[in-house]
Design a protein. Structure first.
Length: 749
């Protein structure tokens, strides 16, 4: 088939700006070939180049602490946990593919992030996710609800099927439902792996003359221009771009995992990179640029699934379960034997050169001759700082008078309604579809503040969590970014873990919209400030712009993946009450500010006000106190106050230990005439703990001695939740509302 003429019109169709096309002409000194134009378009897409975000990302704390590599240096972050071990972890988005093909979009999102982990030489030990959909209950129109339920069902199935078949436990995550995610669901996948320091691999090409191999699956036409697709808004034409969605095979990925780890341990590997976005194009150019070298690539040697593929299609295909590996000279047979043993392709397709260009040959013709450095992030890829304007809606929303809202007559009804709303209700419908215990390392299962994974043959465990409240970031991008970091850290602290580092997945609308760019810039600033105070550097992650349709953009949603370390597994802490007649205490601050709360959203259908206040310095003190109490065996449970406020948190403490409920009697000092505000305010830096009554005074003394507020508010026992004279509910009613609502919605005809 004749290739189209390369000109500015074609470049624009490929997502390039006019000035970018002019820059390509200047770099090459000529009009690019059709294949070269495709290479530049995917490598300079937002998804690959971070051209509209990198200046902001560079303001984050991206090194120091226990980091073994700085953010963005390798396929994933790498954090030292002692005893010669390191944790590789990362989170990425697969939002646009999941919007048009939810099952494969979600499945290949999981596959891609797992490959990022084992190309580091690390064996994956856990998978997590963070998901956002439109509303699935009766608060939205039937047409919208049906679509949201379809996406929700198939995304969860795609995640579960891929992870279960691959053999990695999916241990934690979060799911939110808001109208703004109807057109643009967010599907963020995170993976965590363990590796010894001396067994890590790099994504750098090197060694002039070293052979370059493509290993794993054959290359097909799926996923072509997937990176470009991820760098544009969802539209009515998006449905026609299903071919941009890759197709995954978890069984091949499992074989590729074992072969990759084996070939790395053999000493044969000089460099290795996953073929994710932009496929062969991305891996050849990025590895070459990092190694300050070039490559010669012969596409005739690439194993193909589809006949009659062009050079353009082979270079841009995003077929899954493939790696590019630079093998040390003399180790070619070693590598070939390993991949043959695992029944995988292992084809030598080129070599490393001493030049700075990647040259691509096909059927005897030079199809591309491009300078690697000019194509990549940190090299010659374009970098922009977009216009930023504070959104006009912020001042209006922050002046909202909550006193004008009706005060409910029945607070029992309100609490049950909140517990059953899909944003708060237990997500057992989701995690029942995941194998959460494969490999037998999972200690704390989904449903607690964070999940905990045992590291076999050590006394260490990892606590992991994903977290973000997009509504907070919408109302106050700076505070919302801080809260996302602080709450994810608070979650792992409640399990007894010290927060070490974060990865992030920054989901926003169109960066060319000045109000969206303001949201992005301020959220990144908030994340950075909180991370510096909590000493949790950013190991890397992903930016996903263009989560926007003609109707609206998603809430700005900077998802944080937090990693925490537990040095003594005997001190792992549960979230729920475990004993009768324990004292119940609150550590931290209690407030009655109701802005941005689930209460206002669910009961009054309002998203107004400001995000809750957050003080990262105070938060860090709270973490220190809780870890001190856990380390000295002074408390029996710890659970943070978040969505739904203190009343929801107390209800969860009573019923999260399904089948072994423990009620409580609580007496709160209301600091606001509106009892509903106090009961349902989503106060930050607030943790509910239970303890032997004999330890209550000591706990308060330790907290106050470290600058943290503490007060005893009641005791555990009985079969009801009682709060003052305002809430009095049986634990069975609480359980039914909390555990059954999503199942009832999804199984309704």
């Amino acid at each position: 088939m004749k290739e189209p003429e390369v000109n500015i019109e074609l470049a624009k169709k490929f997502g390039l700006l006019e000035e970018e096309y002019e820059r390509i002409l200047k770099i090459l000194g000529r009009i690019p070939t059709y294949t070269e134009l495709g290479i530049f378009s995917v490598m300079w897409s937002e998804h690959c180049s971070y051209k509209n975000s990198i200046l902001q990302l560079k303001t984050l704390p991206r090194s120091g602490g226990r980091l073994l590599v700085s953010a963005g240096e390798e396929n994933a972050g790498l954090v030292d946990i002692g005893d010669g071990l390191a944790v590789a972890f990362k989170i990425e988005s697969h939002n646009h593919p999941s919007a048009v093909e939810p099952y494969q979009g979600a499945a290949t999102g999981v596959g891609g992030i797992l490959r990022d982990i084992f190309t580091m030489g690390a064996r994956p030990v856990a998978a997590l996710n963070s998901l956002r959909f439109g509303k699935i209950d009766s608060s939205s129109s039937l047409l919208k609800t049906d679509r949201s339920k379809y996406l929700f069902k198939n995304v969860v199935k795609g995640i579960g099927d891929y992870g279960n078949c691959f053999g990695v436990p999916t241990v934690s995550g979060e799911v939110y439902f808001e109208e703004c995610y109807h057109d643009n669901p967010l599907v963020n996948a995170m993976a965590v792996g363990i590796v010894r320091h001396n067994e890590t691999a790099t994504a750098e090409a090197g060694g002039m003359g070293n052979p370059v191999f493509i290993v794993g699956s054959s290359t097909g036409k799926d996923g072509i221009h997937g990176a470009t697709f991820a760098s544009e808004e969802i539209s009515e034409e998006s449905e026609s771009k299903r071919p941009n969605v890759q197709v995954g095979d978890p069984f091949t990925e499992k074989l590729l995992l074992e072969a990759t780890l084996e070939v790395i341990k053999s000493g044969a590997v000089a460099g290795i990179q996953d073929m994710g976005a932009a496929g062969i194009t991305c891996s050849t150019t990025e590895m070459s640029a990092k190694g300050k070298c070039g490559m010669e690539i012969y596409l005739d040697r690439v194993p193909l699934r589809d006949k009659n593929m062009s050079a353009y299609e082979i270079m841009l295909s995003e077929s899954q379960e493939r790696m590019l590996v630079v093998i040390k000279k003399g180790y070619e047979k070693t590598a070939a034997d390993i991949f043959e043993k695992w029944d995988l392709n292992c084809s030598e397709i080129g070599k490393v050169t001493g030049e700075k260009n990647v040259k691509v040959f096909y059927k005897g013709k030079l199809e591309a001759d491009v300078p690697a450095f000019e194509l990549v992030l940190g090299g010659g890829a374009p970098v922009y700082k977009r216009e930023s304007i504070e959104p006009a809606y912020l001042s209006v929303k922050r002046n909202f008078d909550f006193e004008k809202t009706a005060s409910p007559d029945n607070l029992n009804h309100v609490l049950l309604k909140l517990l059953s709303t899909p944003n708060i209700a237990n997500k057992n419908w989701v995690y029942r579809q995941y194998d959460t215990q494969v490999r037998t390392n999972t200690i704390l299962l989904p449903g607690c503040d964070a999940s905990v994974i045992r590291i076999k043959d050590t006394n260490k465990a990892l606590s992991v969590k994903t977290d973000c409240n997009g509504r907070y970031v919408y109302l106050n991008p700076y505070k919302g970014g801080q809260i996302a970091v602080c709450e994810s850290a608070r979650n792992v602290v409640c399990t007894g873990a010290k927060p070490l580092a974060i990865t992030n997945c920054l989901n926003f609308g169109n960066p060319y919209n000045p109000e969206v760019y303001y949201q992005f810039s301020e959220a990144v600033r908030g994340i950075g400030d909180a991370c510096r105070i909590l000493e949790t550097p950013v190991t890397g992650g992903n930016v996903s712009f263009y989560n926007q349709s003609k109707d609206n953009a998603v809430y700005p949603t900077p998802v944080i993946g937090m990693l925490g370390l537990i040095e003594d597994p005997d001190k792992i802490m549960q979230s729920y009450f475990r004993k009768e007649n324990d004292a119940v205490l609150v550590l931290g601050r209690m407030d009655s500010y109701i802005g941005g709360s689930e209460y206002m959203n669910t009961i009054h259908n309002l998203t107004e006000g400001d995000a809750p206040d957050i003080d990262p310095d105070y938060e860090k003190k709270l973490h220190g106190v809780v870890l001190n109490l856990i380390g000295n065996s002074l408390i029996n449970s710890a659970h943070d106050v978040s969505d739904g406020g203190i009343s929801v948190a107390l209800a969860e403490c009573c019923i999260m230990n399904a089948g072994c409920f423990t009620g409580c009697q609580i007496s709160l000092d209301y600091n606001n005439p509106r009892k509903d505000f106090h009961l349902f305010a989503e106060t930050q830096s607030c943790i509910i703990v239970s303890a032997d009554k004999s330890n209550a005074k000591k706990i308060i003394d330790i907290a106050e001695g470290n600058g943290v507020d503490a007060v005893q508010i009641g005791e555990t026992g009985g079969s009801r939740l009682k709060i003052n004279f305002d809430i009095d509910l049986s634990l069975r009613d609480l359980y039914d509302a909390f555990y059954n609502s999503i199942t009832d919605i999804m199984e309704a005809s």
